[in-house]
Design a protein around this ligand. Structure first.
Ligand SMILES: NC(=O)c1ccc[n+]([C@@H]2O[C@H](COP(=O)([O-])OP(=O)(O)OC[C@H]3O[C@@H](n4cnc5c(N)ncnc54)[C@H](O)[C@@H]3O)[C@@H](O)[C@H]2O)c1
Length: 340
């Protein structure tokens, strides 16, 4: 099969690498608004660069992978859907709810496939946590603590395009919270701090955030994120029930030091970026996409799933702005149940 990759920045490069090595992918056509970037990557991978998005559709592909800045996602999803092509798109689906709903409507009207890039659903740790919850061995779940800490901020040019810390980063924790627990979020209370470097204030963003979330079965969750975790890239989720508790992301590379005299030693090679921590999961989600395109498996994360995560992020932005708890029912787009 021939796949068009639109956007050859940080994540586009990773995905193009994976697809270029895939035995069922014959060739790639790569494009980017920065043509040199697409050409250089195409040269490195032995693939073809196209001068623009139009050529991707004109030259003919069997599927499209969208890894552009988020603002372009919804429009490109719609365009691919109208061309009858299956799409893999990076999270979030769009920067806002109207854009997300429009993209989903285009896909549903065309009867095409949209798989969203929430790679934590393919991570061994989160998969194990989901199994632990579903098996009943934790007993009734009462507390979930989720966190995503980047070691260093993204490039300064990325920030104004990102949608902010809730839509860009915590959205992963929101998606995987729903996926692991099997429950919907009904209310959030969010705070954010921009006390760090000025680039966050200047972009109207926060560098650190904390959220309290209530699930529909009464389970309480917290989710925190920061762009400034000097110790390393730290992504974890603790799930505590009446019978047992488990943790995702605790291994010999977790960048945290115990202050206990008999605690474990500090990691000698702590995780530094999402690209290395989630390398196997990025590969697995694209392997799944190829299978979805071939009709060999069901879509593991469609647009409506991604919409729910974005609604939680939108509720957090509202909560932070208005300093109050926000019910998910206040956020448009939630009429139809989507959990499977
Ligand atoms: N799943 C994850 O863990 C993960 C991690 C990082 C980024 N992302 C998502 O991936 C997307 C890209 O992030 P990134 O970190 O690679 O950003 P990036 O800035 O490194 O790359 C984005 C690329 O898209 C190009 N681009 C922008 N608009 C375009 C358009 N209309 N047509 C063609 N090319 C266009 C830019 O020139 C740039 O090269 C974002 O939506 C982000 O949220 C997901």
């Amino acid at each position: 099969m021939r796949i068009g990759v639109i956007g050859t920045g940080r994540i586009g490069t990773i995905h193009a690498n994976t697809l270029s090595r895939h035995r069922d992918v014959g060739s790639l056509i790569l494009t980017d608004t920065d043509p040199v970037r697409a050409q250089e990557l195409a040269l490195r991978l032995g693939e073809t660069a196209a001068p623009g998005v139009d050529e991707i559709f004109r030259w003919g592909v069997d599927a499209v992978v969208i890894t552009t800045a988020t603002a372009a996602h919804a429009d490109l999803i719609g365009r691919a859907a109208r061309s009858g092509l299956p799409v893999f798109c990076e999270k979030p689906i769009a920067l806002d709810l109207p854009g997300s709903l429009l993209a989903i409507a285009e896909v549903e009207t065309a009867g095409t496939i949209l798989q969203m890039g929430f790679q934590r659903r393919f991570d061994a740790g989160y998969t194990g946590a989901r199994e632990a919850v579903r098996s009943g061995r934790l007993g009734r779940l009462h507390t979930v603590r989720a966190m995503t800490s980047d070691q260093a901020p993204p490039p300064v040019a990325y920030l104004p395009l990102s949608g902010g810390l809730y839509r860009d980063t915590l959205i992963h924790d929101f998606d995987v919270l729903r996926w692991v627990t099997g429950h919907e979020v009904t209310e959030v209370y969010a705070a954010g701090s921009d006390a760090g470097p000025a680039m966050f204030r200047e972009a109207g963003d926060v560098d650190t955030a904390a959220v309290v979330l209530t699930l529909d079965d009464g389970t309480l969750a917290t989710a925190t994120a920061t762009r400034l975790n000097g110790a390393g890239y730290d992504v974890r989720m603790e799930l505590a029930g009446e019978l047992d508790q488990v943790v995702v992301g605790l291994d010999d590379r977790t960048p945290i030091a115990s202050t206990e005299p008999t605690g474990p030693p500090a990691a000698s090679k702590p995780w530094t970026t999402f690209l290395e921590r989630f390398g196997p999961a990025y590969e697995a989600e694209l392997n799944a996409f190829v299978e979805v395109v071939r009709g060999e498996r069901a879509n593991p994360c469609d647009g409506r799933e991604a919409l729910q995560a974005l609604r939680i992020a939108e509720a957090c932005e509202l909560s932070r702005r208005e300093h109050r708890p926000v019910r998910l029912a206040e956020i448009p787009g939630g009429a139809e149940p989507v959990l499977r």
